[in-house]
Design a protein around this ligand. Structure first.
Ligand SMILES: O=C(C[C@@H]1CCCCN1)Cn1cnc2cc(Cl)c(F)cc2c1=O
Ligand SMILES: [Mg+2]
Ligand SMILES: [Mg+2]
Length: 538
């Protein structure tokens, strides 16, 4: 492609609202443009990368026996009403009415849609297992879209759904999809980790998230420094045995006294379904609300910003296990007490693992200690079980001819988010750097001075000969060399061929974007040199 004809508007400066490298560079290098908050266009270079990522995903999923289909983005509200999720989700689920005033959802995910499709078509265990997937636009009205493609309101997801007649079949599909995801993210050159995760609002049981390691990731991963244990911090279990303090127990008294954080007891009032509970954690720990949700098996858990007098509180009081070991604690805030011995003074109904794990805590698998890292969630695999098939009446006849609810799994990859994660992990101070698997073009052919006949003739000849072997982006613009080099650094193609002063000697310069090293090459050896370099970079 000749850049003199190419729609690739590059910018010298970072857009004001772009805070992270990948967002800044994808905009400056002309890969994406924002049309509204969290809503983007993929310009030709960006679309090429997006398509290559999708192809890597398709290849692996097809090889794993999954079948691609395409479902509508506009979903009848009735389906979400069948599962009750029409009312569970608030403004994040984008909704619209058709011309007849009928309600629809803009698809945030497709469990309801696919289950309604399958329940009408699948009826016998003989037709199972089956895994169906799509690569399609999703809509989630995030309160605060940010970081460019990392958290958008319209984004591209590969979502797959598997249907089974037994838990074993689901386990096999889950394991296969887990392996398939590892192959996909490895092919894309990503530094990633699968982590134990929380199944969130969709119910179901086992689930793991695939995290691309990055300092801008919103998720925190807790992993062991000496085993392969890794979990989303929301889920990481705390296995610390607390010895009861041997301090002399003093008489309980009203009022606040200065104590160290690990002698303080912090209270959080939470509404669980419609019951008020007080949750206590030690002052140097942080309450993990996800653990409260999982303890009560509900998503209707909400922090109340009110303070209670624990001596008067009529609701249930629960505490993190660390609280039990305190002998003379102090409750701070409006209703302060000191010399508090939780067992003696507070009617604590149960002690549970309710806090966030901390760096230095023992790894829950008993191997090593916990270290944190930031991650970008680029994929997630779920064992859904019968959550959706039961409420939606999606059944199959088993060998005994008995109707059973289908057993399901669902599996997502954030395709547009993965594009940004690849950009984030590979970019350097000069710009983007694309791994071979997804680069929009392989070779950036640059003429230093298009007015110099030797240079422009040789460049045209090289473009004609190279473009059959490689995808070539040819910078034939009437721009100064400096502008061309800056744009080439921004765009980040793996190899650069520069036609300059030595054109009349039939010599060009070849430069690697990843290492920056460059060599002079006689044009007769150019093709073979490029082949060798591309093989080296693979
Ligand atoms: O999407 C999933 C689970 C899996 C992930 C892999 C592919 C299939 N779905 C979880 N989830 C997340 N955010 C949501 C946001 C909205 Cl507004 C919604 F209405 C529903 C969901 C929702 O269900
Ligand atoms: Mg998550
Ligand atoms: Mg998730």
């Amino acid at each position: 492609m000749k850049q003199s004809k190419y729609f690739n508007p590059t910018l010298r400066d970072n857009p004001a609202d772009a805070e992270i490298k990948s967002h800044q560079l994808l905009v400056r290098a002309g890969f994406i443009r924002q049309n509204a908050s969290g809503i983007y266009s993929y310009l030709p270079l960006g679309k090429k990368v997006l398509s290559k990522i999708e192809q890597v995903i398709r290849k692996e999923l097809d090889e794993a026996g999954a079948q691609e289909l395409l479902m509508p983005a506009i979903q009848p509200a009735e389906l979400w009403q069948e599962t009750g999720r029409w009312d569970v989700y608030g403004p994040e689920l984008m909704r619209l009415k058709d011309r007849h005033g009928r309600p629809f959802a803009l698809g945030a995910t497709h469990e309801e849609l696919i289950t309604s499709l399958v329940r009408d078509e699948l009826s016998s265990y003989k037709q199972l297992p089956v895994t169906l997937y799509q690569i399609q636009t999703k809509y989630r009205d995030e309160r605060r879209p940010r970081f460019g493609l990392l958290r958008g309101r319209e984004f591209i997801m590969k979502d797959a759904y598997s249907f089974h007649s037994s838990e074993e079949q689901l386990d096999d599909a889950y394991k296969l999809m887990h392996k398939t995801y590892s192959k996909i993210f490895t092919s894309l050159g990503l530094d990633f980790r699968p982590v134990v995760a929380d199944s969130g609002a969709i119910g179901g049981k086992d689930t793991e998230e695939f995290m691309a390691l990055s300092s801008v990731g919103e998720d925190t991963i807790a992993y062991s420094d000496s085993s392969d244990y890794a979990a989303n911090i929301e889920m990481a279990e705390v296995h610390v045995q607390y010895e009861k303090s041997d301090e002399e127990e003093l008489p309980f008294a009203k009022g606040e006294v200065e104590t160290s954080l690990d002698h303080q007891i912090h209270t959080t009032v939470m509404k669980v379904e419609d019951e008020m509970i007080a949750v206590l954690v030690r002052g140097d720990h942080e309450l993990n609300e996800i653990k409260v949700k999982n303890l009560y098996g509900t998503n209707m858990v909400e922090v109340q910003n009110e303070e209670v007098d624990l001596k008067e509180f009529k609701g249930t009081v629960i505490a993190d296990t660390a609280v039990k070991a305190i002998a003379n604690g102090s409750i701070i805030g409006a209703y302060a007490y000191h010399n508090v011995n939780p067992d003696r003074d507070l009617s604590i109904e149960r002690y549970e693992d309710l806090r966030f794990i901390q760096e230095g805590d023992p790894s829950p698998d008993g191997n090593g200690t916990i270290v944190f890292a930031e991650g970008i969630e680029i994929g997630q695999v779920f064992k859904l079980g019968q959550t959706y098939s039961e409420t939606m009446g999606a059944k199959f006849l088993d060998e005994g001819g008995k109707a059973q609810p289908l057993i399901m799994g669902c599996y997502g990859i954030g395709v547009s988010r993965t594009l940004a994660a690849i950009a984030e992990q590979n970019a350097d101070d000069n710009g983007l750097r694309w791994p071979l698997a997804v680069t929009p073009y392989h070779v950036h052919l640059i003429t230093i001075n298009v007015k110099d006949a030797d240079q422009s003739d040789l460049s045209d000849r090289l473009y004609d000969s190279l473009k059959d072997e490689h995808d070539v982006l040819y910078d034939d613009r009437k721009e100064r060399a400096g502008v061309k080099f800056k744009d080439a650094d921004l765009i980040g193609l793996p190899l650069r061929v520069v036609v300059g002063k030595k054109a009349n000697e039939g010599i060009v310069e070849v430069k690697r974007r990843d290492t920056g090293e460059s060599i002079e090459v006689p044009v007769d050896n150019l093709n073979s040199t490029l082949q060798q370099l591309l093989e080296q970079m693979n």
